[in-house]
Design a protein around this ligand. Structure first.
Ligand SMILES: [Zn+2]
Ligand SMILES: [Zn+2]
Length: 358
C-alpha cells in the first residue's frame, strides 16, 4: 500500500499521498489518501517541513473545540512548502514559489472583523493538514494569509511564523515598557519564543516551570532567572521574591492552560500589574479570582487568543531579520510515517518542537 504514494500523476503530482488523520483522542493514523483537488482561487502546496505545536499534543490528549470540528480530520497546522499548482483566478502565486500559510483566515466582513479584531472573526476558517505530503490552501487563506518565504529562511524556520504570531499578539496586548519585570509561567516552546520577544522589548524575564531541561533552554534563550516549582517550597513567595524584591511581577503571562497556574498568575502579579492568560483551559473550566485583588489592587486581566494577519506578517519579518533563534526550539525530527508514535507520552524525551519531514 505504501507504494501508492509514488504513482506518477499529472505534471509530477502523484494521485495519492501519505497524510496523518486525526480520529479522536489518542488516535492518529497515517494513511494513503488522495492528493487534494484544488478549485478556483486555491493553491496546492508540497509540504517542505511541518512543526508540531503544543496544541497538537493537547489535541492528541483531549481533542480541540475550535481547530477540529469533524473527524477524521487532517492534522497539523504549522508548515511551509513549495507551490505545485495554482487554481484559476489566483494571482501573485505561481508553481515553484516557496510559501508559508497561516492556519486561519478571517472573513473580513463580520462584526469583529469590522472592528479589526480578526482573530475573533465569527467565520474564522481553520486549516489543518500540515502533516501530509501535500496540502490544499483554501481561497480565503490564499487571499489574506499566504506569504512568500524569503530566500534566507529554511522551511522549518518559516513554519515557526504561526506560533510566533500568537506570541507577538500576546506581548503587544501587554504593552511592555523597558525594564518591566515579566513572569512567564510555563516553559514550553511558546514560552521560549516569549522570552526572546520580551528581551527585544528590554523586559527582565523570570520563567517558571517544572522541567529542568526546559528551564535550562529558557536560560539559553535569555531568561534572567528561572524557578523550578517542583523544587520550591512556596512557589508564589519565591517568584515574588525575585520580582521587585517581593512586590511581584509587573506583567505575568500564563502559558500552561490550567486552573492552578491561572491562579498562580494572580498570586504573583504586583498591585497595578497586568496578567495575560495565554494558555487555554478545557471548555467549561471555571476560574475563581480574589475580587479584592482585582479591584483594590487594580489588576488587569487579559485573555488573548490566536493572531491576526498583521501579526503573522510581523512574525515572518522578525524571522527573516534573524531576530529569533529557531533551532534550539526544534528538539526532534521525524518522518511523517512515524508521526503517530511521537505524541504518545514518554516516546520523546522532553520534546519542544518536532519537525516533521514528509
Ligand atoms: Zn501552533
Ligand atoms: Zn469575520
Amino acid at each position: 500500500m505504501t507504494k501508492l504514494s509514488i504513482l506518477p500523476g499529472v505534471r509530477g503530482i502523484p494521485y495519492k499521498m501519505k497524510a496523518a488523520l486525526y480520529y479522536g483522542p489518542e488516535e492518529v493514523r497515517i494513511e494513503n489518501t488522495d492528493v487534494p483537488e484544488i478549485g478556483p482561487g486555491e493553491v496546492l502546496v508540497r509540504v517542505g517541513a511541518a512543526l508540531t505545536c503544543g496544541t497538537d499534543f493537547k489535541t492528541f490528549r483531549r481533542g480541540h473545540p475550535l481547530l477540529i470540528k469533524n473527524i477524521p480530520s487532517p492534522f497539523g497546522h504549522e508548515m511551509s512548502g513549495t507551490i505545485v499548482k495554482v487554481g484559476d483566478e489566483v494571482s501573485g502565486f505561481t508553481p515553484g514559489m516557496r510559501v508559508v500559510a497561516a492556519n486561519s483566515a478571517p472573513c473580513g466582513q463580520c462584526f469583529f472583523c469590522r472592528r479589526s479584531q480578526h482573530n475573533l472573526c465569527e467565520n474564522l476558517e481553520f486549516l489543518n493538514g500540515a502533516f501530509a505530503e501535500f496540502i490544499r490552501i483554501p481561497e480565503k487563506i490564499v487571499n489574506c494569509n499566504l506569504y512568500r518565504v524569503p530566500q534566507t529562511l529554511s522551511f522549518r524556520e518559516a513554519a515557526l511564523s504561526e506560533p510566533l504570531a500568537c506570541v507577538i499578539h500576546c506581548l503587544d496586548k501587554l504593552r511592555i515598557t523597558p525594564g518591566e519585570v515579566m513572569c512567564i509561567i510555563g516553559s514550553g516552546p511558546l514560552s521560549l519564543l516569549m522570552i526572546q520577544v520580551a528581551k527585544l522589548h528590554q523586559a527582565k524575564v523570570i520563567v517558571v516551570g517544572r522541567s529542568h531541561d526546559k528551564l535550562e533552554a529558557a536560560e539559553d534563550m535569555g531568561a534572567d532567572c528561572v524557578i523550578n516549582v517542583r523544587l520550591a517550597k512556596d512557589p508564589v513567595a519565591e517568584i515574588k521574591a525575585v520580582c521587585h524584591h517581593g512586590y511581584g511581577a509587573d506583567l505575568v503571562i500564563e502559558a500552561v492552560g490550567s486552573k492552578a497556574t491561572w491562579n498562580q498568575a494572580l498570586g504573583v502579579v504586583r498591585k497595578g500589574g497586568r496578567i495575560c492568560l495565554f494558555g487555554g483551559c478545557p471548555q467549561g473550566t471555571v476560574f475563581e479570582a480574589d475580587a479584592y485583588r482585582i479591584h483594590y489592587e487594580q489588576i488587569s486581566v487579559h485573555g488573548v487568543f490566536h493572531y491576526t494577519p498583521d501579526y503573522f506578517v510581523k512574525a515572518l519579518g522578525m524571522l527573516a531579520e534573524g531576530k529569533i533563534q529557531v533551532n534550539p526550539l526544534i528538539t526532534h525530527e521525524c518522518r511523517l510515517s512515524e508521526l503517530n508514535q511521537i505524541f504518545i507520552p514518554g516516546v520523546l524525551h522532553n520534546p519542544l518542537k518536532v519537525v516533521v519531514i514528509p
